[in-house]
Design a protein around this ligand. Sequence first.
Ligand code: M6R
Length: 612
Amino acid sequence: MCGIAGYIGKNQASDFLLDALKRLEYRGYDSAGMAVLSEDNALNCIKSVGRINSLEEKIKKTQLNGCLGISHTRWATHGYPTKNNAHPHSDCAGDIFVVHNGIIENYKILKERLIKSGHKFKSDTDTEVIAHLIESHFKDNLEQALLSALKHIEGAYALAVISKNDPGKIVVAKKSSPLVICIGENENFIASDSSAVVGYTNKVIYLNDNELGIITENSHKIISIARNNEIHRNHCNVDLDISEIQKNGHEYFMLKEIFESPEVMKNSTRGRIIPEEGLVKLGGLEVLDQNKLRNINRIILIACGTASFAAMVGEYMLEEYAGIPVEVELGSEFRYRKPIINSKTAVIAVSQSGETADTLASLEEARRKGALTLGIVNVVGSTISRETEAGIYNHVGPEIAVASTKAFISQMTVLALLTVYFGRIKEMSLIMGKRITEEIDKMPCLIEKVLKNDKQIKGLAKKYSKYKNFLFLGRKYNYPIAEEGALKLKEVAYYVHAEGYSSGEMKHGPIAMINENFPSVFIVPNDSVYEKNWSNMEEIKARNGKIIAIATEGDENIKNIADDVIYIPKTLEMLTPILSAVPLHLFSAYMGMELGCDIDKPRNLAKSVTVE
Ligand code: M6R
């Protein structure tokens, strides 16, 4: 969590640094700050609690002039979100400034040691020790001081450092937190991710763990921290369009991204399905030894949050249609268990950002144990995409709202593709392959139809916004969607409590909460468990509970039991979650808006959880 940026060139650094922070704000938004080196070699720093616009207001009044600087947007890990704890942090003299994304695990010991040797601390953060450590090692060269300081540091970091005593450069270092160096014309940039530089340059170099970088106006250099030798790496061209990181007429990114769902399906499946042959082509997996793939006899899907619900849908798909045993593991659990893995196990990380710390650590654990590691990742060039042996990109463009919506649709889509891919390698018939791929091909149109219920869903959000608690219920393929519906509502309508449960489990506990003030959202398409769901709805009704049903078009009977119905078109049972998630995403967004929440940046959250 936290976003960092840096600029060196001929222009006013604060222009880019502010712009970058606005784009990186999804990574954290409880405070922000910027340090700029002026032409007369004075280091000036401005910090502010709250969103980037409050920092912007301060900067407008202060004139932070200079062509070299660093900036930071924070998601607090150590210390309250106060001005003192906001980055950049400095050494005692205010000659060195540091911005940091990550966690310094041994900061307490380091801080005690530094205080004993006379250093004066101004914040409660772990980051400040870095500035003082650099100060204690500084002779006349910033990168040498940082290299020496890093020898004492344990933990995760993406760092950018500037000093008035070694001006004309930004020094960066990376371990377990993302960092890119971006190459411009007579100017260079650094950032937590490449979305920060769209419109400035598309030439990006991804730093690897344990690397240090030095950028000047006209040069960049990468050094191995362990070996202290130079590493030569070419840049990649990142083809992001500025419109992809703008709201394009929508009030919120979350709404824009939900409405992109049909396009998302097209982008995630483009060139990958061959309906006439009932086949799926996944270029990303072609680099692998096909015999190794054929011999995979177990899959573990690792993910966190919303991605884990997509993985649960994938588990049902893969087991039913590809006949491979699948388990879904939360990254935060898997990494500390003793999982049984062998070379016929494929461990697949599902992650929008490709940076989630728990998912990444689990993947490393799986690789150590000999599994084939794969990724289903959206952010191109992200750590998970680089650390896995092969993978499938979602191709849905930047997801900026903190709540994941379009990536969720794509994750389920890619897992459906993977099901056909593995299924056809194994025992899936041509007919079944055709049936599924033809239906996947139709999905964008079906989602368009769901989105046409937008006004009705907005009305329902208004009607139900007075309720403080919701239960989301579903079975089989739609049980994970019940979990997702509840998570999304909790996230973006953060004055509301919601729980996601399997309809069948409801009578084992949650039913105790049901009364006329506790509505249930039932996901009840016409599928193999429709009758079972119906019995559960009866149980809710018998306790005066209100029901909002997500049902299949043409199901008139549902109106006899549900208070409100949102219809989705008919499709294959395994694909219903892709349709049923969309109205739930809209419902959460509109509920949040009704309650006056900032649905793009929910309280206490950050998009990319790069800490444990
Ligand atoms: O980037 P990832 O997909 O790995 O992120 C996983 C979760 O942190 C993420 O899905 C989170 O639960 C979202 N805020 C959900 O909307």
